[in-house]
Design a protein around this ligand. Sequence first.
Ligand code: G3H
Ligand code: 13P
Ligand code: ZN
Length: 330
Amino acid sequence: MLSYKELGLVNSREIFKKAFEGKYAIPAFNFNNMEQMQAIIQACVEEKSPVILQVSSGARKYANQTLLRFMAQGAVEYAKELGYAIPIVLHLDHGDSFELCKNCIDMGFSSVMIDGSHYPYEKNIEVTKLVVEYAHKYDVTVEGELGVLAGIEDDVVAEHHTYTQPEDVQDFVSKTGVDSLAISIGTSHGANKFTPAQCTRDADGILIPPPLRFDILEEVEKRIPGFPIVLHGASSVPQDQVAIINKYGGALKDAIGIPEDQLRRAASSAVCKINIDSDGRLAMTAAVREVFATQPAEFDPRKYLGPARENLKKLYKHKVVSVLGSAGKA
Ligand code: G3H
Ligand code: 13P
Ligand code: ZN
């Protein structure tokens, strides 16, 4: 059993409390490799933002769980070396079983998500409660989920959103003891969150997606006042990055994300954690494609992963400064 406290990590309790009171959101950035981790830490240290380093079960399979854990420990030391010890959470994203959550807790994670949202309500409560009971013994915080996001989530494909039912949240939170709750209000995973047919066009012909269901969020806030809410699927899918990818041989079609003004509004509410993965993938891919296309003789990985890391860092800084409002809060 390895406690996250020995690694210099923190759980999410205190940073969520401050985010709620200060009306901003903590960034939860997914990572699978060193360049992503470096970009996240450099950006958050320079902007003095707390950060959640988020690991999916796919990331664990890809990169190896032990390596990722040591990278998170390395991130703590790296931040200090860069000059500012920001609070860093190591979080399991979309844990799908008690065993996986337990394994992560035993290996030094400071926070886990148990995503029972695809189960019937009672089963979701049962598995979430089990994880909470184990996690809280070690002061690890737990995120649960109610409602299903449209698109792909945990290998489960849902054609439509099943919005969170506000009348369930109080019961779910009190019966499970979770520390935060992910809800479904119209976001979804990946780079294709809306079809053009679902959008309207503004005067410049820019596609405007349907707004998030802030009415549901407000109902949830009324029923569990002060409780930290989490937004998954919150990438904005920057169109300049999509354009670079497509200019240099990519084939991304109908890539549409959540407008940043919607996320700013969410961040100033009870939403204390905003998950961003796809935007980082786009930024990395755009930079790599550009190097491959413009410098075809280049074959040193540092010459394309370096620019990818720079582009990622720029994106993360933009998120914490201009979207989530977490800059300067560490
Ligand atoms: O919610 C999903 C995250 O974007 C992680 O994606 O399972 O492909 O690592 P992944
Ligand atoms: P995006 O695909 O919108 O980046 O969402 C990521 C996420 O929710 C990770 O859990
Ligand atoms: Zn997610």
